[in-house]
Design a protein around this ligand. Structure first.
Ligand code: MCN
Length: 768
């Protein structure tokens, strides 16, 4: 199917926007159940300490308090071991060392913000007041903040069962082949980079209401999440409650960015409180709790080296990763290794590769998936290495890429780490981006900036990432038609603002030849939760997965309807044609509409499929100006050419890219979670201290599509949800370094704040 085929149903806006932008949405904090109680968490103010005692007597006597829970209660209930899915093969058969994490800290506390106790009361203020009366006696222990220091031989041990604070050591590739290639290289480029720890900060803070039904011994959780299937599996493993006894209500979700996938301790403690008190219990996170306690993202330190021959051809790459996973392994932390190894050689033919990983535990909040979940990290290190190499061998950065791209004839292309890139036109993508960005005209623009006293830099990134493939056994979609001809589509994926109500309905409307407004999407509907399987929304897999199955289900509905229509028209099914929601035959004028089939009850079909990875790719080119007097950098232009296969809705895709690029810009220019190195205190605990990107950071993006249809998805689609982050981190990082390189500055780690850049400029001047 071509992009053109969708044009007909390509609305300017999104069908959900009328609701979401007029305050008519229903978010988790909007839920209120009769007789509900309110929870408030007392959180650790120490990064690493023994918990000598927790005295709740005074809090229990405080007005309105119904119950106070501590780590002892969590341990008694058995809520001690979150499910971890970091199932990556360790070096020499090493198994992941996943420490226990009682839902309320017990025995020790391991990061500032870890929940120690939960007060449940008639009102939120009563719960907050009582929490102040809980007496905690600590015995301080030394924290360790830097992951490299955590792995040092004399580092304080954070978990008895994790010697050396090393949760996993892994290796990928062929060390000997890489050594040989480096030995004969004409040039070797080396770079150590840090992809900083950031806080996801979705617009809607986490919020849950849990209730318990004693008759069925079951729970209902009102949540903001990215889909219930993964969350349910994690929660069941954490609490021991069977999956069939866990029910969810989820409506609108104000952003997720990966952070809302896993089960959190707060889910488990609210379940405990609901069962104990017999009342629904509600908790809404504050923004500060969110920054301190939601899982963080990225947090990787990478030592990279790239070997080139005389002509600039890449011979081999060596990477050494230190992955900071924080104090406990989040259920979804596996993404950091899997996704960085899947596309490790990027868009290039690099014959030899060797990478090592050391996953470190530190006295900080757990790290998990954050838009890209490793994809931007690997793209950043590879693309920084390539641009650095181009500068060192004095070759145009685009030309060095051109010489090393995987040629179109090589697809499907098997990478040294075992991925199969299905389809791409990388040279075409590169040339289109160079034209769009007017690469050739850059020296002129640079001269103009210099005339105005500014430094100017151009940065390019050619990137590829994996999307699709999830952990669910399959994606299932149900389509139901009622007698009025209204079509309802049920998925287990869950939009958090992505526009699935528009795009998935478009896929079905196109297949059925119906106007978009006749099709409604229902996500994670309670009555389907235990009937349909499917992946949660994450890994930019929803359109490849659930979206493709929407298409298959619509065609299944047509085939099912054709048989029923044939009976009604008294002809063979092969004589029945289908168009614009109607079945007809050439011979007769009679028609059977989809709705007619449902006269004696709704008609429905369920389709299913399982997909592997697709590989969207892109070329992003950014230009920045740096004011040498202040160190402030601004983005002068940003161009993005992306191959995401067939596009369902161009406006939605543009929005996805824009959002992703903005997140990348935030990380490059300011975002960073900072803990004090000595005390482990969180220094960036509110928006007063934590940099959030604002609209003014990013100019309008000039974008273009360069689709090669996916061979994995029957719709030809590849994912796009994370592409903006994956392209923008390296493009912007390269642009700033290009501006500073003439001063002799080789590398600066993100965030490239005015202060950091200014100091680097002063140091460079002083050296000269
Ligand atoms: N789309 C399209 N044509 C394509 C591919 C996608 O029209 N060829 C549309 C989709 O139908 C969907 C959107 O673009 O409406 C993103 O689709 P997809 O790439 O399939 O990604 P997912 O829907 O699986 O979303 C997940 C991805 C991830 S992993 C993060 S993190 C992320 C992101 O998307 N978090 C987001 N984008 C986000 N956008 C918003 N507003 N909020 C978040 O939390």
């Amino acid at each position: 199917m071509s992009a053109k085929a969708h044009k007909h149903h390509d609305p300017v806006g999104r069908v959900e926007d009328a609701r979401l932008t007029t305050g008519a949405g229903t978010y988790a904090a909007d839920w209120n159940l009769p007789g509900q109680l309110y929870a408030h968490f007392l959180r650790s103010d120490r990064a690493h300490a023994e918990i000598v005692s927790v005295d709740t007597a005074a809090a229990l006597k405080s007005p309105g308090v119904r119950a106070v829970f501590t780590g002892a209660d969590a341990v008694r209930a058995g809520h001690v071991k979150p499910m971890h899915t970091l199932n990556f093969p360790g070096k020499g058969g090493m198994q992941t060392r996943a420490p226990e994490r009682p839902a309320l800290a017990h025995g020790k506390t391991r990061f500032v913000g870890e929940a120690l106790a939960m007060v449940v009361a008639d009102s939120l203020s009563a719960a907050q007041d009582a929490a102040e009366l809980v007496q905690v006696e600590y015995r301080d222990l030394p924290p360790v903040i830097s992951p490299e220091e955590a792995l040092a031989p004399d580092a304080p041990r954070l978990h008895d069962r994790v010697p050396g604070n090393l949760a996993l050591e892994a290796e990928v590739g062929d060390a000997a082949a890489v050594d040989t290639a480096f030995a004969r290289a004409a040039h070797v480029t080396q770079l150590k980079v840090e992809v900083t720890r950031v806080a996801p900060n979705p617009m809607e803070p986490r919020a849950y209401v849990a209730s318990y039904d004693a008759r069925g011994d079951s729970y209902t959780l009102h949540v903001c999440c990215q889909g219930i299937t993964t969350l349910r599996r994690h929660l069941s493993a954490y609490t021991g409650v069977p999956e069939e006894k866990l029910h969810f209500e989820v409506r609108d979700v104000g952003g997720g960015f990966g952070q809302r996938t896993p089960a959190y301790p707060e889910h488990c403690t609210l379940m405990l409180a609901a069962k104990t008190t017999g009342k629904p219990v509600k908790w809404v996170s504050t923004r500060s709790e969110g920054i301190a306690c939601d899982t963080h993202g990225r947090a990787n330190i990478i030592n990279g080296a790239l070997a080139l021959d005389e002509s600039g051809k890449f011979l081999a790459m060596r990477l050494d990763w230190v992955n900071d996973m924080g104090s406990y392994l989040s259920p979804a932390s596996m993404g950091h290794i899997r996704n960085t190894s899947t596309c490790m050689t990027g868009v290039y033919r690099i014959p030899a590769l060797y990478a090592t990983y050391r996953v470190a535990l530190t006295s900080t909040a757990p790290v998990s998936s954050y838009r890209g979940a490793g994809r931007p990290d690997i793209a950043y290190v590879v693309e920084r290495l390539v641009s650095q190499a181009a500068a060192e061998v004095k070759m145009d950065a685009a030309e060095l890429r051109r010489r090393n791209l995987i040629p179109p004839g090589a697809f499907p292309y098997k990478t040294p780490t075992g991925s199969t890139y299905e389809n791409a036109d990388l040279p075409g993508l590169l040339e289109k981006a160079l034209r769009l960005a007017d690469w050739k005209g850059y020296p002129k623009r640079r001269a103009q900036s210099v005339k105005q006293g500014r430094l100017r830099g151009i940065g390019i990134a050619t990137v590829i990432e994996n999307t699709g493939a999830g952990q669910a056994a399959k994606d299932e979609v149900e389509i139901e038609v009622d007698a009025t001809g209204k079509v309802t589509v049920y998925t287990m994926s869950k939009s958090q603002g992505h526009g699935h109500e528009t795009t998935f309905a478009t896929i079905v409307a196109n297949a059925l030849g119906l106007p978009l407004e006749r099709v409604t999407l229902r996500q994670c509907a309670p009555e389907k939760q235990h009937r349909l399987q499917g992946n949660h929304t994450g890994g930019s897999r929803s359109t490849v997965g659930a979206g493709s199955v929407c298409h298959l289900a619509a065609h299944k509905l047509i085939e099912h309807g054709r048989a029923l229509a044939a009976l009604a028209l008294a002809v063979e099914p092969s004589q029945v044609e289908f168009a614009r929601g109607e079945f007809h035959t050439r011979e007769s004028k009679r028609k059977v509409r989809l709705g007619d089939l449902a006269k004696s009850g709704p008609v429905s079909v369920v389709a299913e499929a399982k997909f592997g990875s697709t590989f969207p790719n892109g070329c992003h080119i950014a230009e920045v100006e740096v004011d040498p007097d202040t160190g402030a950098a601004s983005i002068a232009s940003y161009c993005a050419v992306d191959d995401i296969g067939t596009v369902i809705n161009h406006a939605v895709v543009e929005g996805q890219l824009h959002g992703g690029v903005a997140m990348g810009a935030g990380q490059i220019f300011g975002e960073k979670v900072i803990y004090d190195r000595d005390t482990g205190q969180l220094v960036t605990g509110s928006f007063m201290d934590y940099f959030m990107p604002r609209a003014g950071l990013l100019p309008a993006i000039r974008g273009a599509e360069h689709p090669t249809p996916s061979r994995v998805s029957p719709l030809g689609v590849k994912g796009v949800g994370e592409s903006g982050c994956t392209g923008s981190l390296p493009a912007l990082g390269n642009a700033v370094m290009d501006a500073l390189r003439p001063l002799g500055i080789e590398h600066l780690d993100m965030p490239l704040t005015p202060a950091k850049v200014w100091h680097a400029i002063q140091d460079a001047k002083n050296k000269k």
